[in-house]
Design a protein around this ligand. Structure first.
Ligand code: FES
Ligand code: FES
Length: 229
C-alpha cells in the first residue's frame, strides 16, 4: 500500500496520517526534539570526559597538607651554642624553623628566593641563605643567628660599628648584612679594600640604600679588630 503524503504546516507540525506500517511521520518539532536530546547527551558526555581528563592531569597536591611532605624528622641543631632537638617536616626550610619553631626572629625573610640575603645565618661558620636550605639537611650542624653574635651582653664589634655608623634605616636587612659582614671579615681570601668588600657583600640587598654607611661600618670593625691584635 502506498504511503500517505504528509505536509507541514507553518508551525512545523506535519498534517496527515501515520504511515501504514505504523511508523510515525517525522515532524520538524520531533526532529528538533531528538536533535536537542542527543545534543545534550553529547555535551554531557563531552563535559564528563573533560572533567575526567582534568582530574587525571591534575598535579599532585603540594605543601604541608601532602602526606609525603608532612612526615616529621628529628634533628639536632647546635643553635647559638645551645643544643636543640626538634621535630621538623621534610620540606621545612631552615629559615622557617629558626623563626617559627625556635622563635629566633632576628633572621628575616625578604625574598624567600635566595636573592636578598636578609635570611643570612652561619652554618658551621659559613654564611648561607637559610631560605634555600632544608632543615633536615642540618642534623648535627652548628648554626649561628644574629641573636648569637653578642657575647655576655656585649655587642659584637660589627654590631657596635653598625650602631655607631647608622648603617641602617628600616633595619629589615640589617641582621643579614651583619651576618655576612662577620663571615667576610673572617675570610682571609677576600681583600680588605672597599671594592672587594662591596663585591663580597653584593648578595645582601638594602632597599633603603644604606650601603655607604654599611661599608663604612664594616671597614671600621675591621680596623678596630686589627688594632686589637
Ligand atoms: S629571604 Fe633568603 S635570600 Fe632573601
Ligand atoms: S635598612 Fe632598610 S632595607 Fe636595609
Amino acid at each position: 500500500m502506498a504511503e500517505k503524503k504528509n505536509w507541514m504546516s507553518q508551525d512545523g507540525e506535519v498534517q496527515g496520517q501515520d504511515f501504514s506500517d505504523g511508523r510515525k511521520p517525522v515532524t520538524r518539532r520531533r526532529f528538533l526534539q531528538s536533535m536537542g536530546a542527543s545534543g545534550v547527551a553529547a555535551t554531557n558526555a563531552g563535559l564528563f570526559s573533560a572533567a575526567k581528563a582534568d582530574e587525571a592531569n591534575k598535579e599532585p597536591p603540594v605543601g604541608p597538607q601532602h602526606p609525603a611532605q608532612s612526615v616529621g624528622h628529628t634533628v639536632r641543631l647546635k643553635v647559638n651554642g645551645e643544643m636543640r632537638q626538634i621535630n621538623v617536616a621534610s620540606n621545612a626550610v631552615l629559615l622557617d624553623v629558626l623563626r617559627d619553631q625556635l622563635q629566633l626572629t632576628g633572621t628575616k625573610k625578604g625574598c624567600d628566593h635566595g636573592q636578598c640575603g636578609a635570611c643570612t645565618v652561619h652554618v658551621n661558620k659559613t654564611a648561607v641563605n637559610s631560605c634555600l636550605s632544608l632543615a633536615v639537611m642540618h642534623d648535627g650542624d652548628e648554626i649561628t643567628t644574629v641573636e648569637g653574635l653578642q657575647q655576655n651582653g656585649r655587642l659584637h664589634p660589627v654590631q657596635q660599628a653598625f650602631w655607631e655608623h647608622d648603617a641602617y634605616q628600616c633595619g629589615y636587612c640589617t641582621s643579614g648584612q651583619m651576618m655576612s659582614a662577620v663571615a667576610i671579615l673572617k675570610d682571609k681570601r677576600i681583600p680588605a679594600d672597599d671594592h672587594s668588600l662591596r663585591e663580597a657583600m653584593s648578595g645582601n640587598i638594602c632597599r633603603c640604600g644604606a650601603y655607604k654607611n654599611i661599608i663604612a661600618a664594616i671597614q671600621d670593625a675591621r680596623a678596630k679588630a686589627a688594632g686589637s691584635v
